[in-house]
Design a protein around this ligand. Structure first.
Ligand code: GAR
Length: 211
């Protein structure tokens, strides 16, 4: 039986699209049963609908400052749809302990950095400013600590001389699209420890030469 997955998005939804494409494979151990957005105008909702996936928009603005009520509405939809695993994919609202607690151990997130480096926003600009030579993305379980839960998989991307924020973001995104389906497949099949490690995803490995 395929595990029933909901993908939560706030915008473009390219990671969602990668998950939908991967889950079309008969052997993939999960199906994308629902795509849910806190923004009714999220482009990803249209993409999901065109792919024949059920979508829901639960607009956080309609709940004012009542985050608990917004999350309760999300939780109710997830439960009514018999969802077993939640994948955050560019879902740009901080979650309260309520939703995190309700789905702990069953909620994954993709983050555009090699955690624990650069949690939070503007990860590519911060990686460039810090002068790190390796950047990338991480799929992890969601806990109450923002971007702090157990790591399921990572994909490394070398930072190249002259890299711009945009160029780097594009290269990392390509790796996100490979990493997230691989991590979800392993997790849904109960093989979370078997998520391929970073080296398997090195986009254009640069030979290491001595200086
Ligand atoms: C992705 O790069 C994802 O890693 C990032 O937002 C982008 C969403 O793109 N998520 C975060 O920054 C979470 N803090 P997408 O909508 O095209 O998947």
């Amino acid at each position: 039986m395929k595990r029933r997955v909901a993908v939560l998005i706030s915008g473009r939804g390219s990671n969602m699209e990668a998950l939908i494409a991967a889950a079309r494979e008969p052997a993939f151990p999960a199906e994308i049963a629902l795509v849910l957005s806190n923004r009714p105008d999220a482009a990803g909702l249209t993409t999901a609908r065109q792919a024949g996936i059920r979508t829901e928009a639960i607009d956080h603005l309609a709940f004012g400052r009542d985050r608990a009520a917004h999350e309760a509405a999300i939780d109710a939809v997830l439960r009514a749809a018999d969802i077993e695993i939640v994948c955050l994919a560019g879902y740009m609202r901080l979650l309260t302990p309520f939703l995190v607690g309700a789905w702990q151990g069953r909620m994954l997130n993709i983050h555009p950095s090699l955690l624990p480096s650069f949690p939070g926003l503007d990860t590519h600009a911060r990686a460039l400013a810090a002068g790190v030579k390796l950047h990338g993305c991480t799929v992890h379980l969601v806990t109450e600590e923002m971007d702090g839960g157990p790591i399921l998989g990572q994909a490394a991307v070398p930072i190249l001389p002259g890299d711009t924020e945009d160029g780097l973001a594009k290269r990392v995104l390509r790796q996100e699209h490979a990493l997230y389906p691989a991590a979800l497949a392993a997790f849904a099949a109960g093989r979370a420890a078997a998520v391929p490690d970073a080296t398997a995803f090195l986009a254009n490995p640069v030979p290491l030469t001595p200086h």
